[in-house]
Design a protein around this ligand. Structure first.
Ligand SMILES: Nc1ncnc2c1ncn2[C@@H]1O[C@H](COP(=O)(O)OP(=O)(O)OP(=O)(O)O)[C@@H](O)[C@H]1O
Length: 704
């Protein structure tokens, strides 16, 4: 502990000594941690140099609906967010809070088209990891890791390799303190079978993971959703103190309590995608009073604002009180009452002409004129090897603690193989054993490998965590694929060797060490191929049920063409025999195992007077297998399939990340163009105005 304190003191001294010269760049000779923390300090001391000032002007987002219609989700929004402030995006459900947050953070859906300008420090910049961080509504965390481990792994995956381990640890500890997570630092996050930290603590861990890289800009989508009032207050208070450290913090929020509301510096109030109010949160009372909707003394201000602009409120009240429509006082005179639709119209019109709007626009102009620092971009600063190593280690730790993924599977595999062993016990070389051996192999390589789809939920969790982490492009994806492959290796070897050994010795398959080795290797390869297939599915289908159904369907089809249910020569050509049976891993596993099991053995004939039947004869004439082909070739094909499926897994992740949004955007744009028949007046605002803007907004190639 005292070592840590000494090193922290040294860092502070280095920071002091390493003050910027002139342009605010880091002076040379700082240790990596000091350089990192200096950036923080510089933000507070030299705000003009490395801080993030975000402005948006006349921002309109149009979405293309499945029927080809265009719908404006946001319309002509103008505002700004500066360092040291916490901005709340508020409005009733469906008012466009999340869309505004997505537009500002370059995360719009492929069917959403943006027009207007968004500038970061006066420049069109692609927001990237390290510059901006986005905390989603879902806490995608690994349930088996403790809070400290979660943050530590994240630090090692993203911080530069050259930063010493002790400094990374120190940064992690300071982040834990900053987020108030000391008390639960050694508690597991928790999952369906592990009781872990509370919802509020999970939210804080998600935020901690993002602030670890010291982003200048922090976006949060409903950070308090699902939390009780005390946790919501604490989370918002943490956001406020993060902003006071020089960060620009913007979050969407749904009906905060008055205590939480008081913590916000600026308020962006939306209704139906239009601005109702943008300015100091504390000035909102004044604005509402001026517009003729004073906030009653004892009413929660955020509730009051939302009631004024929540058109659903009318409907709710109308249902509750028969046909009676809710009307509320527009002025102090209780007789003058209007509906919410009228209230919204009045407020929007009032805002468009009021001083708050003019001064916001002026300020936007002022900020955007200043061309500030181009904030650094790029993803994780860790090397490819470090990423691959850490992902392997983390995945290994997760699997070893995950009861469902590993331990439960091991138990079930043992139970099932003991059942197989009991039913085919000492199968022998009698005439009937020929069929029994065929069905035993078919069951082992069909059903037992089939059970590997049970790992799917764990792959989906991994994928979600990976997507949140946004590691470096191709390298990050490759490191993820390698990490998943290597970490599963020891578990799968153990599972298949234990269950394979039980099955082999109980059934008394072909005697001999090489036969035993082939059997367990073949079982291992088949189980790993299924895992690889399920991982590939998880990269495109993040839904548990759908993924399992699709995985089971594909495996069922592969089993059908394995050569057991229909003999290889009888499988209809061309489709089922070529290519389907060759693509099926069951086919190769069975062909290899049949050879492994029968070749070299002599079987009784139907009657004891008839000569014994050689295994080779059965292979060729009963199972239609080419005995000249070595069984090891079949095994090699299986191992190649593991690699091929992992490559497919890699390609699918890349396609999903890069190509799918582009294709979706293209289809949405075509649909929109067809619907409007190329009529520029029918197209959404500004998308038609300039070709350069159109390509910017439609293809989103140059997001922000
Ligand atoms: N990509 C999209 N495609 C179709 N409609 C969309 C898309 N994005 C947003 N919308 C629509 O725009 C409206 C605003 O959605 P948004 O999620 O931004 O609202 P919100 O204020 O965040 O709501 P909530 O508080 O319920 O999350 C909704 O009616 C939504 O259905």
């Amino acid at each position: 502990m005292s070592d840590m304190r000494n090193s922290a003191n040294q860092v502070m001294m280095e920071i002091e000594a390493g003050k910027p010269q002139g342009n605010g760049m880091v002076a040379g000779g700082l240790s990596p941690l000091s350089e990192f923390l200096w950036r923080e300090k510089a933000e507070t001391e030299f705000l003009g140099d490395v801080s993030a000032k975000l402005t948006w002007k006349d921002l309109t987002v149009t979405v293309s609906l499945p029927n080809g219609e265009a719908q404006k989700v946001l319309e002509g929004l103008t505002g700004y967010a500066v360092p040291g402030t916490l901005t709340a995006l508020m409005g009733p459900s469906g008012s466009g809070k999340s869309t505004l947050l997505d537009a500002l953070s370059s995360r719009l859906a492929a069917n959403a088209f943006l027009s207007g300008s968004i500038l970061l420090n006066g420049r069109k910049t692609k927001l990237s990891f390290g510059t901006a961080a986005y905390v989603t509504q879902d806490d995608n965390l690994i349930g088996t890791l403790t809070v400290r481990e979660t943050i530590l792994y994240s630090a090692r995956l993203r911080l530069p390799d050259k930063m010493p381990w002790s400094e990374k640890q120190e940064l992690v500890e300071s982040t834990i303190v900053e987020m108030g997570l000391q008390d639960c630092a050694d508690t597991v996050v928790g999952n369906w079978h592990l009781r872990g930290i509370s919802g509020g603590e999970k939210r804080r861990v998600s935020i901690a993971l993002e602030i670890l890289m010291r982003p200048r800009l922090l976006f949060l989508d409903e950070p308090t959703s699902g939390l009780d009032s005390a946790s919501a207050f604490f989370v918002t208070q943490t956001l406020r103190s993060l902003s006071r450290g020089g960060r620009t913090v913007i979050c969407s929020i749904h009906q905060p309590s008055s205590e939480v509301f008081e913590l916000f510096d600026r308020l962006y109030l939306l209704s139906g995608g239009k601005t109702v109010y943008f300015g100091q949160a504390s000035d909102a009372y004044e604005f509402f009073a001026q517009a003729g909707f004073p906030c009653p003394a004892l009413r929660n201000p955020s509730d009051h604002f939302l009631r004024c602009i929540n058109s659903d409120f009318d409907k709710v009240k109308a249902t509750m009180k028969g046909s009676m429509k809710l009307r509320f006082a527009r002025t102090d005179d209780p007789l003058e009452k209007i509906t919410t639709a009228e209230a919204i119209r009045t407020l929007i019109n009032y805002y468009n002409t009021c001083q708050y709007n003019y001064s916001a626009r002026e300020r936007v102009e002022e900020i955007s004129k200043v061309k500030g620092t181009v904030l650094d971009s790029g993803g994780s600063q860790a090397s490819f090897l470090m990423q691959a190593f850490m992902l392997t280690k983390r995945s290994f730790v997760n699997m070893s603690r995950d009861f469902g993924y590993y331990w439960l599977r091991l138990v079930i595999y043992i139970v099932v193989t003991v059942c197989i062993g009991t039913i085919y016990l000492d199968v022998g070389t009698g005439y009937n054993s020929i069929l029994a051996r065929g069905s035993c192999a078919s069951f082992v390589f069909g059903f037992v490998t089939f059970m590997s789809i049970g790992g799917f939920p764990s792959f989906v969790e991994d994928m979600k965590v990976f997507q949140r982490e946004r590691l470096n492009g191709h390298y990050g994806v490759a490191a993820f694929v390698i990490g998943n492959t290597l970490s599963a290796l020891p578990f799968l070897i153990l599972i298949t060797f234990i269950s394979g050994t039980i099955c082999y010795f109980m059934v008394h398959l072909h005697p001999g060490f090489m036969h035993y080795l082939f059997f367990v290797l073949c079982l291992y390869a088949s189980v790993t191929v299924v895992e690889s297939l399920m991982m590939a599915i998880a990269s495109v289908i993040p839904n548990f049920l759908m993924g399992i159904i699709i995985g089971a369907g594909i495996q069922g089809i592969f089993m059908l063409v394995s050569g057991y249910f229909r003999l290889p020569n009888d499988i209809p050509k061309p489709f089922w025999r070529y290519p389907m049976s060759y693509i099926s891993f069951h086919f190769w596993a069975l062909q290899g195992q049949y050879q492994n099991d029968l070749k070299g053995l002599l079987f009784d004939n139907q009657s004891p007077d008839l000569p014994k039947i050689p295994g080779e004869y059965i292979l060729e004439n009963v199972f239609q297998i080419d005995v000249k082909r070595s069984k090891w070739i079949d095994l090699s094909v299986l191992f190649s399939m593991i690699i091929i499926y992992r490559v497919i897994f890699f390609i699918l992740i890349k396609v999903n990340e890069d190509v799918t949004p582009w294709v979706r955007g293209y289809i949405a744009r075509r649909r929109l163009q067809q619907k409007t028949n190329g009529n520029p007046r029918a197209m959404p605002d500004r998308l038609t105005q300039s070709p350069s803007l159109r390509s910017y907004t439609v293809n989103q190639a140059d997001r922000l």
